[in-house]
Design a protein around this ligand. Sequence first.
Ligand code: PEP
Ligand code: MN
Length: 358
Amino acid sequence: MESMPYILGFDQWTHKHKDMMLISGPCSAESETQLRATTKALVATDKVDVLRAGVWKPRTRPHAFEGHGEKALQWLYNIKKDMQIPIAVEVAQPEHIDLALKYDIDILWIGARTTVNPFSVQALADALQGVKTTVLVKNPTHPEIGLWIGALERFYAAGIKRLMAVHRGFHSYHPSTYRNMPLWEIPIELKRRFPKLPLLVDPSHICGKRDTIATVSQQAMDLGMDGLMIESHYQPHNALTDAQQQLTPEDLNSLITSLKIRRQYINNLDTDYLSQMRLQIDKLDNELIRLLAQRLEIVEDIGRYKQANNIPVYQVERWRHVINNRLQEGKNQGVEEGFLLKLLQLIHKASIQRQTQL
Ligand code: PEP
Ligand code: MN
């Protein structure tokens, strides 16, 4: 597991819903009244493990509401004492960390706009050196898994062992029904590389609007993600930030109740069936790899022939023919065209590399 072998497994976390962790609360801490009313209703659902609230808000443009800062930390501290719920806030500067720790905040999260910047992340990691706390790292705003992993590694190296990642989608310049594109292949790859790292999904910031949050939450569960962070507010329409995407605690409760969470192993029958099918997949994958190796060997022979006869490695006509022919075959066999094209391009790239290396 690369350079973070000792991250605590998810089974070592406490969470109410036995199959996943739920963090909820307003986008921003707006007033003690708002926080109290929202938290009371969230606690009543008995489904929320951690209360979230932004006290410093990273706004895209200036002159918008930027959070109440230290004043809001005092509200959160009071609420935690009264309602016995762990609290999470976003920190973006070392001073934020000092203040959050002063007010006994349980979980610090690193926002997407911070994860993109290694200087900022390192400054936060330095401020956390020797501190025993829990850090959640949201993905960077653009789809670069290395930055996400790099931020996790910086906190890990500073001694933070209770780390979690949060998938909140990726910015796209193109119009889309999402506020941030889910690009599920990225969190899936993170999970493949760090299977013990708890990975939560933030459907609120992926969707940007209330009506699709349930669908994305279900997708997250279907993909085996470990929990959700969902924004909630006792009066969503009056919220000072992200009003379109916040749910009432009651709506959050129904959403969570309606989620279908498939446990990994239902009974022996299912595992037998699954292991048989997986055996077949293993065999087919090995066969695919054997065929690819065989193909590359022939490519190498052709490469030598081209070299000896002064023929260029790449010939556009031949490539065009290969693509058309294979896509037609793909159509006959029911293989999706976009997928096949990408695969052929990858194979072609590897073949060219083989020949140019000769
Ligand atoms: C937030 O959680 O309110 C927030 C600002 O999130 P992100 O960093 O994902 O944009
Ligand atoms: Mn928000």
